[in-house]
Design a protein around this ligand. Sequence first.
Ligand code: ADP
Ligand code: ADP
Length: 220
Amino acid sequence: MVRFENVGLRYGMGTEVLRDISFAIEPQSFQFLTGPSGAGKTTLLRLILMSLRPTRGFISLFGQDVSQLGKDEISAIRRRVGVVFQDFRLLDHLTTYENVALPLFVQGQEDRTYRPQVVELLRWVGLGDHIHAYPPVLSGGEKQRAAIARALIVQPELLLADEPTGNVDPTLARRLLRLFMELNKSGTSVIIATHDLALMDQFDSAKRFVLGEGRLHIYD
Ligand code: ADP
Ligand code: ADP
């Protein structure tokens, strides 16, 4: 569902952050994307999301050549991808409920059609008591879970998460990881960028993509 062929990326006139990257992500697969800070994990996720264009090489998403897509097609493809950003990107003037429901609201769906689903998901991520709270009063871990719920509400075919356990204690990190595993079992491909080696060691069935010096190494 994602294919990179000899992809390179440089920012401006700088050196190449990513060099000659090739890989394929199969449907219903689970992979960690790791490497030291600054290795290019966020950059790679942004390429998949089409918020950056490669300076070299070929990328396809759901079988479509990304370089050939128009604005509407990009929007349509993005709706099939759930994203958990490192900085959450919650809207402070909306409640937790409204933030999570937002992707459905902007699609023009009516509140009564999705309310039970949103409430159930919020309970599932452990935010049942914070449904009407605004992000500024949530803890880092609660914001993280709200951001995860918002990514999952659209039932994405592909989930990208950038350091999704960066703000939570090890117990909650394991719970969140199990949640991603469950999602994966129900059919979603998952890519998790993290530098938390201890966490990955507890899930050694997952594939690992390791970035270093602009190159990608793949371990099954
Ligand atoms: P990681 O997520 O692994 O920490 P990033 O993808 O954020 O790595 O960054 C990789 C490299 O690219 C870093 O050296 C970073 O400073 C640089 N970089 C990231 N975004 C930009 C940008 N918008 N403009 C210039 N350099 C950038
Ligand atoms: P998007 O296009 O996906 O909305 P943004 O342009 O907001 O993404 O930024 C993507 C990421 O790149 C952010 O996490 C931001 O902090 C990081 N970034 C932007 N510029 C730099 C830079 N010069 N060095 C390192 N990271 C950067």
